[in-house]
Design a protein around this ligand. Structure first.
Ligand code: SF4
Ligand code: SF4
Length: 68
């Protein structure tokens, strides 16, 4: 089953990954990283991830890894 990992230390909470995900698997959480940004996380529907990697391609900070 595909899954992603988001590096919370790189994420700046821009939300671009959530915007492009066709399955709406990613949400901005209320968790704040060491840079003071609210970070993106895989939501409870993360099981719907199809491994398309659009989120990783879109992330300007190369914070997402996709495992197929
Ligand atoms: S790999 Fe595709 S389906 Fe999975 S979280 Fe990223 S954009 Fe969404
Ligand atoms: S696109 Fe990258 S930096 Fe922006 S919220 Fe998503 S993981 Fe964080």
């Amino acid at each position: 089953m595909p899954k992603i990992e988001i590096d919370e230390l790189r994420c700046k909470g821009c939300g671009l990954c959530a915007t492009v995900c066709p399955k709406k698997c990613i949400v901005l959480s209320e968790q704040i990283n060491n840079l003071g940004y609210t970070i993106a996380v895989l939501d409870e529907a993360g099981g719907a991830c199809v491994g398309c990697a659009l989120c990783a391609e879109m992330c300007p900070d190369v914070a997402i890894l996709v495992f197929k």
